[in-house]
Design a protein around this ligand. Structure first.
Ligand SMILES: [Zn+2]
Ligand SMILES: [Zn+2]
Length: 77
């Protein structure tokens, strides 16, 4: 079965902020945000998400409040 290693706590990915170099916080899988963020996410992105086999995680920087999306390939577990 394929599963996202981050959603399942198998891998902890730390990501440095591209703007200030600080450590970003993992906010969860992007699909969990689609309802809340639907005005913010384009319909195109939602379509990409369902086609993609990667789990996309949202990381945000607590210092400068930027966020980035990181596509995480699924693992066979
Ligand atoms: Zn995930
Ligand atoms: Zn930052």
């Amino acid at each position: 079965m394929e599963a996202c290693p981050i959603c399942n706590g198998l891998q902890n990915v730390s990501k440095l902020c591209p703007y200030c170099g600080g450590e970003m916080e993992e906010r969860g899988a992007l699909q969990d945000f689609i309802d809340d963020y639907s005005p913010y996410l384009s319909r195109e992105l939602a379509a990409n998400l369902t086609e993609s086999r990667d789990c996309v995680h949202l990381y945000s920087c607590p210092v400068c409040d930027k966020d980035v999306r990181i596509a995480t390939p699924l693992w066979n577990i």
